[in-house]
Design a protein around this ligand. Structure first.
Ligand SMILES: [Zn+2]
Length: 281
């Protein structure tokens, strides 16, 4: 299922799924967790108009934002940071990339496509883990690297809800990260057994679905080994269709917008295997 552009839906009391336009064809998500008149916002959406719409929505709800959490540095999750006065939490290590890619991906100050948004790095950076208090409810910020090194999820143990950012998306995407770390993180998600997972891209899903994400990445890693041993070239390997690594039903449900990301996954895992070979020599 693909939803673009902006929409919002209260999945259960105090748990809002907000979706926006992405351009990839699969939308991008943000979330609002509320308790009484207080709330924590997780990610900002990406399109200037929609980042503002989300902020306005929070205001109209009469919610005081206690914190904004960046699940990772990618600008489709952080573009709206400058619209928030509350503390912005993120895992250490991402802001140097945010600074490096901002003008390329969002636009230089004054550039039309930036829509008046300006770079604002997170001001509450932590190493590995942190926790936030939402009116007595604990929100755990837990490391889930693999999509990027700084990826985190927001886990609400009392309600067994995980806002996963891009650590869980309709198709795992490891171009900026590491497939081995992504598998470890997805296993961590399985261990938590959340009742509800809000993904960075795509509709909410269950932890059972995550098993097929792990299989997808493991099969790619195994296939890279075989292909390299048989002297296949990287150029031909990256054309292997995603259906080879997924159940037919899931491949069909994903559709064409994910094929480009799948090809980048194959490039990345191939490169990882090359690095491992060189370091083993
Ligand atoms: Zn991302």
């Amino acid at each position: 299922m693909t939803r673009e552009p902006y929409f919002e839906r209260e999945l259960e009391r105090g748990v809002w799924w907000v979706g926006g336009f992405h351009g990839g064809g699969f939308g991008v998500n943000a979330a609002i967790l509320t308790e009484g008149k207080r709330g924590v916002i997780i990610d900002t959406l990406t399109r200037p108009l929609e980042t503002r719409r989300l902020v306005k929505r929070v205001r109209r709800m009469g919610i005081e934002p206690l914190a904004l959490v960046n699940t990772h540095w990618h600008t489709d999750h952080t573009a709206g940071n400058c619209l928030y006065d509350c503390p912005i939490w993120a895992q250490r290590g991402g802001s140097r990339f945010l600074k490096r890619y901002w003008s390329k991906w969002v636009g230089r100050p004054g550039e039309k496509r930036a829509g008046g948004l300006r770079l604002k790095p997170p001001d509450h950076e932590f190493a590995r883990r942190a926790s936030l208090d939402l009116e007595g409810e604990e929100l755990q910020l837990i490391p889930l690297p693999g999509h990027t090194r700084d990826s985190i999820g927001v886990y609400v143990p009392d309600r067994r809800i995980l806002v996963a950012g891009d650590a869980v998306m309709d198709l795992p995407f490891v171009w900026f990260g590491d497939s081995g770390e992504a598998i470890q993180s997805l296993r961590e998600v399985q261990r938590l057994r959340p009742r509800l997972i809000l993904q960075g891209h795509g509709p909410p899903c269950s932890y059972e679905r995550v098993a097929s994400d792990v299989r997808y990445l493991e099969r790619i890693r195994a296939a890279v080994k075989v292909a390299r041993n048989h002297g296949e070239t990287r150029r031909s390997f990256v054309k292997t269709p995603m259906e080879k690594f997924l159940s037919p039903a899931r491949g069909r449900a994903l559709g064409d917008s994910w094929r480009g990301l799948h090809e980048l996954n194959l490039w990345k895992v191939w490169a990882e295997a090359g690095r491992r070979r060189r370091s083993a020599r």
